[in-house]
Design a protein around this ligand. Sequence first.
Ligand SMILES: Nc1nc2c(ncn2[C@@H]2O[C@H](COP(=O)(O)OP(=O)(O)OP(=O)(O)O)[C@@H](O)[C@H]2O)c(=O)[nH]1
Ligand SMILES: [Mg+2]
Length: 606
Amino acid sequence: MIRKDIRNIVIIAHVDHGKTTLVDCILRQCGHFRENQLVGDCILDSNAIERERGITILAKNIAVQYKGVKINVVDTPGHADFGGEVERVLQMADGALVLVDAAEGPMPQTRFVLSKAIEAGLRPIVVVNKIDRPDARTKEVVDEAFELILELGGEELLENLTCIFASAKQGFAKLSLDDPDEDIYPLMDLILEKVSGPEIDEHAGGSLLATTLDWSDYVGRIIIGRIRSGSFSAGQEVLIQKADNQALKARITTLYVFDDLGRREVIGAAAGDIVAIVGLEEAEIGDTICQVDNPVLLPRISVDQPTLEMVFSINSSPMAGREGKYVTSRQLRTRLMKELERNVALQVDAEEVGDMFRVAGRGVLHLAVLIETMRREGFELSVGKPRVVFKKIDGVECEPYEHLFIEVPGDKFGSVMELVGGRRGELLEMKSRGDYVLAKFSIPARGLIGLRTRMLNSTQGTAIVNHRFDEYRPVEGDAPSRNNGVMISGVSGRVNAFALNTLQERADMFVAPGEEVYEGMLVGENSRNNDLAVNPTREKKLSNMRASGTDDNILLKPPRKFTLEAALEYVEDDELVEITPTQIRLRKALLRENDRKRLARATVET
Ligand SMILES: Nc1nc2c(ncn2[C@@H]2O[C@H](COP(=O)(O)OP(=O)(O)OP(=O)(O)O)[C@@H](O)[C@H]2O)c(=O)[nH]1
Ligand SMILES: [Mg+2]
């Protein structure tokens, strides 16, 4: 039987193609809100880091009523680090809105999520979004999207594939470009028409696949999934079927369905509904929740394995503990363990070696978001250089390789080739679009660390860089390292403009006059490839009155400031990123006796 009163859809796309803006627009035009509930853009990107970065990190459910039908919509993240989550939430839907930017066209992540949607048997609806853009190439993009579906083996989908044109930002969708720009309803009607309601077997026992996790400090773990068959009710005792055939009994304490932006408590829900369940503390993603007397086992879904790891430790710099509320190893451990409750693609090595924790995740962004969250909560910590996770396959040490996609103006392609080639990237495909070159490379994931910043520098910010995991291959060659050495402060004190003025001739400085530095802190990038110990606090001999270090005759270049990700990608094996609630500093991890002597000597010399 097919339920007609409900539709479950997921919105998928490449990063920034407008998923959250579209969900926003659906909520505004079809939801029930008081005026003050819908202030600002992208209300769904509700956590502070999502808002600041303008990206979606966690998939989110909303629901609206349209023409008597409940439409559950899942907004997904577009960044490749969170691709695993998108793949899982497809389980909850019968249809997928595939958004494609009318100017950019299908991008690498479009291909990935679309292929997963087709695999999962979802019917895609192509939404060409941002048709208001002055550089929109709407008609071409439609062709590219159809070609992509064909390429991904969706021939039978093409026959009644529908495409709709939209501007999520301006709040309209239309089936033909000649139609007037009105509202989003043409898209809603298309969903009702093209996406089937959930197919259910009313008489089967209750079953649900735990698809996403949420967490609340008040009620603990919350399991989200779509009821596959039968029904569940609040207070019901259920069976949690785990991996390796284990089963546990637990009780549903509270049951919710999604409603507008929030959740509504219900006493019961049936096949086809997407629900949030409280009370199943032991359940994990992939487990089947079912009736005790009529157990069903649904095919498990897997959680992606980590590809990148970093070592987290307490902040051991001389400036430690000045700002943070949480600075001890025990606090760090407790926090990381708590993160495991909801951050399913994360792994933390509980083994504590000298206050160090190995934290592994899906990429630099995935881990940077965790670090950023922690510093906002008041943590101080040190983090080492990110490393890719190696794997032994049939006794052979293997490393991850990725596909790297670059779009760049043709005249800058030479410098791209040089950079990528220097990191053992191999060109697989190349084509041109207008003045742009679109190239696809295969590259060891190690070579990607730090590549983006360099690529943007060498192409004056014009390159668009994307990458996706491809496969594990036997390890070969060395990891690329930084071409330039660094300048290390040999002293502690305040930076002086006079000293900087001399140093900047040979370096790109990271610090400004008046800033505090310590012995071992990185204060600049040397123009040569060796590390150099320096004294950035040195004052002009004659005018030792000027302790604050400003001098009108000195013209200083502004210091290079690192974002968290840039800092993580910059450091080498013997260096650390020091993170406090307000500061990001780079430093040498350990000063060996030799370094100390060298530093002491250098300090005398300068
Ligand atoms: N011109 C134009 N801009 C749009 C439109 N829709 C979204 N945008 C802009 O595109 C940017 C990204 O929009 P989001 O909705 O955050 O994109 P997203 O797909 O949710 O991004 P991720 O969640 O990070 O994958 C924002 O600056 C939006 O204002 C549109 O129809 N036209
Ligand atoms: Mg989004």
